[in-house]
Design a protein around this ligand. Structure first.
Ligand code: IMP
Ligand code: MG
Length: 172
């Protein structure tokens, strides 16, 4: 484990999240929104985003595990915690911490579309476009970042570092 280098400072994160929330507020006018927070990584982002959105808003949680092995098949995504409420007819925004290969989200979006929401959009704090293997359409992006392994602000390495208020990368 090398040193941590700050990639996105706390103030930069909060400033950008405010902008994304303003855009969402504008796009959805006064419609009710359901944010779907993907545990555990997107909890910090979901909370800060939700506080800045000026709409009637609900938050639901879902957890999936993605096993990155040599086969890289979408069959390796496993549901760990399912939604507790119906999203049928709801306007939902899936909130993710980071999109890497896109495998987790392509699985999850297919799954959620099957539950017949009125609309479904995707909001990610971080995007590593260089790494994309699965085609996913992202509606709101906080920051595009280079192909580095990052931690902090919800993102972990072996479950640690989620509590950092900034995003950092591990210098190897
Ligand atoms: P994907 O399915 O390859 O897009 O991977 C998405 C998931 O992998 C994210 O939800 C994260 O949990 C994890 N992940 C991908 N890149 C990073 C990183 O740089 N740091 C921490 N977790 C990551
Ligand atoms: Mg993770």
């Amino acid at each position: 484990m090398g040193d941590l280098k700050v990639l996105i400072k706390e103030e930069e994160l909060q400033e950008r999240i405010k902008k994304v929330a303003e855009q969402i507020t504008k796009d959805y006018e006064n419609k009710e929104i359901v944010l779907i927070c993907i545990l555990k990584g997107s909890t910090f982002f979901t909370v800060d985003l939700a506080k800045r959105i000026d709409n009637p808003l609900k938050i639901e949680f879902i957890q999936v595990s993605s096993y990155h092995d040599s086969t890289e098949s979408s069959g390796n995504v496993v549901m760990k915690l399912d939604l507790k409420e119906s999203i049928e007819g709801k306007d939902i925004i899936v909130v993710e911490d980071i999109i890497d290969t896109g495998r987790t989200l392509s699985y999850l979006l297919d799954y959620l579309k099957g539950k017949n929401p009125a609309s479904i959009k995707l909001c990610t704090l971080l995007d590593k476009p260089e790494r994309r293997m699965y085609d996913v359409q992202v509606d709101y992006v906080g920051f595009e970042i280079p192909d580095k392994f990052v931690v902090g602000y919800g993102l972990d390495f072996g479950e640690l570092y989620r509590n950092l208020p900034y995003v950092a990368y591990i210098e190897s």
